[in-house]
Design a protein around this ligand. Sequence first.
Ligand code: HEM
Length: 377
Amino acid sequence: MSASDGLYYWEYLQLDRLLDSQRLESERVGGPAAHDEMLFIVVHQAYELWFKQILWELDAVNATMGQPHIAERELSQVVQRLERITEIQRVLQDQLPVLETMTPLDFLDFRELLVPASGFQSVQFRLIENKLGVDPDHRPLINQQPYTAVLEEEHARMIEAAAEEPSLLSHVEHWLERTPFVHWGGFDFWQEYRATVEAMLEREAAIIRQDAQLDEAGRAEQLAAHEATVHTFASVFDRERYDELREKGERQLSHDAFVAALLITLYRDEPAFQMPHRLLTALVDIDEGFTAWRHRHALMVHRMIGSKIGTGGTTGHRYLRQSAERNKVFRDLYDLATYCIPRHQLPELPAEVSQQLGFRFHTDPDVAQASTGPGGS
Ligand code: HEM
C-alpha cells in the first residue's frame, strides 16, 4: 500500500509536527541532554492535549447550556460530555506517578534552565478555569500581581476575554432558575420543605433537652451545636440574609437557583429529575477532579522541590495548596448536602406534581420536545 491510496495514519495525525515538538533545553544551551527532560516535556504536552479536549467539550457544553430552552435530548448530551471530562481527569491524575519516576536530583539536571517558565503559564488551564467559572476575586495574588501578569499579552487577553463570557456556573444558575416544579399549582416546595425542617429541628432540640444521659455541660454543648444547625438553615430560609451572604461571596447561586438545585437533589428519584441530578453530580465531580489534581500536584511539587520557590516565582507547594482550596467552582452544589433531609421525611409530592415528573408518552410533539428548565416539559 502506498500513502497515495487514501488517508494515511502518519499524515492524519500530523505526526511530523507532533513528534518533532520535543526540544530539550539542556541540549539547546549546548550541554549534554538531561535524560529526564524528555519525560518532563512529553508529560506536559500530553496534559496540554487533554486540556484541549476538555476545552472542546466545555465549549460545546456552554453553547448548549447558554440557550434559553434546553431540550431533554440536549441535556443528556451535556451530561455525557461532562462525564467524559471527569474520565479525562482520571487520566490526568494517573500521569503524575509517571512523572514522579523522575527524582529531585534528576530534575535538578535541567530545572534552572526552565526559569521563569512554569505550568503557572498554562493558557489552556486558565481557559478551563474561566470557562467553568473560577471566581476572579478568589484567586490568590502572586507578588501583588494578577495571575495573567506572567503571560504574553495575547494570551492574557484571551484569558481575560474568557473570564468576561458567561461561564458554565452562570449558565447552570440560569437553567436552575427556570425549574418549573418549585411552585406547581398549589404546591410550594420551599414552604413545605421549610415547615418539615423546622419541625425536624424542633424534635431534635426536644430530644436533647429530654436526654437523661446528658449532664448539664453535655446538654449545653449539644444545644449549642444544634443552635448552629438552626442558624445554618435560617440563613437560607431568610432570603435577605441569603442575598447578603451572596454579596459577600459566601454564596454563589441565586436563591432561586439554590432552591431548585435542592429540589432536584431531594427528589432525584423522580424520573424527570434524574438527568438534571446527573448533571449536578457531574459538575461536582469535575470540581472534585480538579481540586484533587491540584492537591496531588502540590504533593508532587513538595517532594520534587521541597520548600523552594517555583520556577514561576510563587511560594511553590504552599501557593498550590492555597489555590486548590480557593479555586473551587461549584461550592454551593457541594454544600447542598448540608440541607438534605432523610427520604422518609421529605414532603410528599401532590399527585399532579408526581405525575408531571414521571415518564409519560406525549402525542403532542410540542409538549414532548419543549423543555424550559430541569425536568420541564
Ligand atoms: C516536576 C514536575 C512539576 C513541578 C516541580 C511543578 C511545579 C509547579 C510550581 C512550583 C507551581 C507554582 C507556580 C510556580 O511558582 O512555578 C506550578 C504551577 C502549576 N503547574 Fe506545575 N509542576 C510540575 C508539573 C506539572 C505538570 C505535569 C503540569 C501539567 C500541565 C503542571 C501544571 C501546573 C499548573 C496548571 C500550575 C498552575 C496552578 C495554579 O495556579 O493553581 N505542573 N507547578
